[in-house]
Design a protein around this ligand. Structure first.
Ligand SMILES: CC(=O)SCCNC(=O)CCNC(=O)[C@H](O)C(C)(C)COP(=O)(O)OP(=O)(O)OC[C@H]1O[C@@H](n2cnc3c(N)ncnc32)[C@H](O)[C@@H]1OP(=O)(O)O
Ligand SMILES: O=CC(=O)O
Ligand SMILES: [Mg+2]
Length: 527
């Protein structure tokens, strides 16, 4: 452990970590944390205040205070930056060495290098991931797997543009203390990539680009914008070099899309419809509000549910009014190279999802696996023709009210025993994987990550705390879930291997008090 000017690294200095944790990088981390740490605490407190209002019966609406920004038709975000003009296919995934190479080579236009939903924030993953990004930008990221398969990058012009997703504002990085306090994980991930990636990216004719997750308000976007201004000035990089695409993946943020774009306009690269966290947020924010907000089984809530369609179309309308890209979300179906049937289903489902998005006006969309790149590309090729995007397509036909965004009742399908069992089993399997250091995993042929697992455990909490009857006629109670937990654990086998995941599940799904993010108590389990 060392302490230089109030900055202490408590994490281990593994091989080559010094290349990431340089004096220049540590100085920027300290500066950002000292300048913006108190503001971060403020926006997190504002989330709590809003939650108390909602729990007391309040609602969400478009903000009268910022009506002028929404109604002013004159402003636009910055024109798309190099490497971000054509974003028809974006692949997402963690930053381990093999997946970094596979993602960059996948044929996608963009790679979302993920320190958030698809990542377990182990110190080794965080700093190791930054090293892999540096090596990828230096084009020296060859790798050999234990079974002897060699990996190398394709020619420059075929590689995806890197867009890094730092962790959300709620998370801290406890291995980096500033004046004795853990620093913001968001600022940690952002600044390390900026320090090492900016010049390297500019040499490749691109720039330091980011995806910003889990925001709940325009004030949070302003905080990011201030971090960009401060960091660009500190590093002598022209203002506006950084670009950021914001995930609209919380229900409060859906009411502030124009305002979020406005705050970031000089740095904005558009918005993305993060459907899984959005559903999680809906459940979380209205978790104790009774039957009108109880969603049925996770798998029966799709993007064609009226409230999801409203959110998705409002996002395209907002973006294109402001000259900003609208990027679609993740269909969770994962292809299989071993099972033809599973593969055919995944390809068909993903095709359908991308067709809906391209038809709605999205400029591109996400895939979770290299084998899904061609299908997404085909669909957008058909819609875009020779154009790199469809920013010119205005959705003036879209009219979305606050009530429509919040009308979560009335989704077809109910709460079933099978759905409850699925939530229990998926949550257990995901938590085990997360605790072992892998933050994205295929379970029952679907992609599971922090966002989807949040839905599973939050639904269980919500069903226990609001009168909910299963298709079997039984009422969901803590005792019933405990019995099902026992049975699902038996099916999975390996009780010792699941012991930690099981304890964490009880904490985040069955406790009387709701846990805001499962990753908070999960992270505490790491030294
Ligand atoms: C809600 C949200 O935020 S969505 C965004 C966050 N989530 C994600 O990014 C999930 C990304 N996807 C993944 O992590 C993976 O696809 C998983 C875990 C779902 C499935 O992975 P696997 O079980 O390894 O799939 P599979 O065995 O079919 O992989 C085949 C090959 O594709 C590679 N691959 C699979 N997904 C990806 C990816 N997203 N990026 C790069 N390479 C990938 C594998 O590394 C493997 O490579 P190899 O043949 O060289 O060994
Ligand atoms: O990050 C994406 C989501 O759907 O959540
Ligand atoms: Mg998300």
């Amino acid at each position: 452990m060392e302490n230089t000017q109030g900055i202490t690294v408590t994490g281990e200095r593994h091989d080559r970590f010094d290349e990431v944790l340089t004096p220049q990088a540590l100085a920027l981390l300290g500066e950002l944390q000292r300048q913006l740490g108190p503001r971060r605490a403020e926006v997190l407190r504002a989330r709590q205040v809003r939650q108390s209002e909602l729990s007391a019966g309040g609602t969400l609406d478009f903000r009268p205070e910022s009506a002028e920004i929404r109604e002013d038709a004159s402003w636009r975000v910055a024109p798309p930056a190099p490497g971000l003009v054509d974003r028809r296919v974006e692949i997402t995934g963690p930053t381990d060495r093999k997946m970094t190479i596979n993602a960059l080579n996948s044929g996608a236009k963009v790679w979302l290098a993920d320190f958030e939903d698809a990542n377990t924030p182990l110190w080794e993953n965080m700093v190791g991931g930054q090293l892999n990004l540096m090596d990828a930008l230096d084009r020296r990221i060859d790798f050999e797997s234990p079974d002897g398969k060699s990996y190398a990058l394709r020619p420059e012009e075929e590689l995806a543009t890197i867009v890094v997703r730092p962790r959300g504002w709620h998370l801290s990085e406890k291995h980096l203390l500033v004046d004795g306090e853990p620093m913001s994980a968001s600022l940690f991930d952002f600044a390390l990539y900026l320090v090492h990636g900016a010049q390297r990216q500019l040499q490749h004719g691109r720039g330091p680009y980011f995806y910003l997750p889990k925001m709940e308000s325009a004030a949070e976007a302003r905080l990011w914008n201030d971090a960009f201004l401060l960091a660009q000035d500190a590093l002598g990089i022209p203002r506006g070099t950084i670009r950021a695409t914001v995930l609209i993946e919380t229900i409060p943020a859906a009411f502030e899309m124009h305002e979020i774009l406005y705050e970031l306009r000089e740095h904005s690269a558009g918005l993305n419809a993060g459907r899984w966290d959005y559903l999680f947020s809906l459940i979380k924010k209205f978790r104790d509000r009774g039957a009108g907000f109880v969603l049925p089984d996770r798998n029966s809530v799709t993007m064609t549910a009226p409230f999801m369609r409203a959110y998705s179309e409002l996002l395209v309308q907002t973006c294109h009014r402001r000259g900003a890209h609208a990027i679609g979300g993740m269909a969770a179906f994962i292809p299989s190279r071993r099972d033809e049937q599973v593969n055919a289903t995944a390809l068909a489902k993903v095709r359908q999802d991308k067709q809906r998005e391209a038809g709605a006006g999205y400029d591109g969309s996400w895939v979770a696996h290299p084998d899904l790149v061609p299908v997404c590309r085909e669909v957008f090729d058909e819609h875009l023709g020779e154009r790199p995007n469809q920013l010119d397509r205005q959705r003036d036909d879209v009219r979305v009210s606050a009530g429509e965004l919040l009308a979560v009742g009335g989704v077809e399908g109910g709460v079933t025993e099978a759905g409850l069992r699925n939530n229990v089993s998926v949550a257990l399997q995901y938590l085990r994987s997360w605790l072992a250091g892998t933050g994205a995993v295929a379970v029952f042929n679907l992609m599971e990550d922090a966002a989807t697992a949040e839905i599973s455990r939050s639904q269980i909490w919500q069903w226990i705390h609001n009168p909910t009857t299963l298709d079997t006629g039984e009422t969901v109670t803590r005792e019933l879930v405990e019995r099902i937990l026992e049975e699902e654990c038996d099916k999975l086998g390996d009780p010792a291997g699941y012991a930690d995941a099981r304890a964490l599940f009880v904490e985040v799904a069955l406790a009387e008090d709701y846990t805001e993010f499962l990753t908070l108590p999960a992270y505490q389990r790491f030294p």
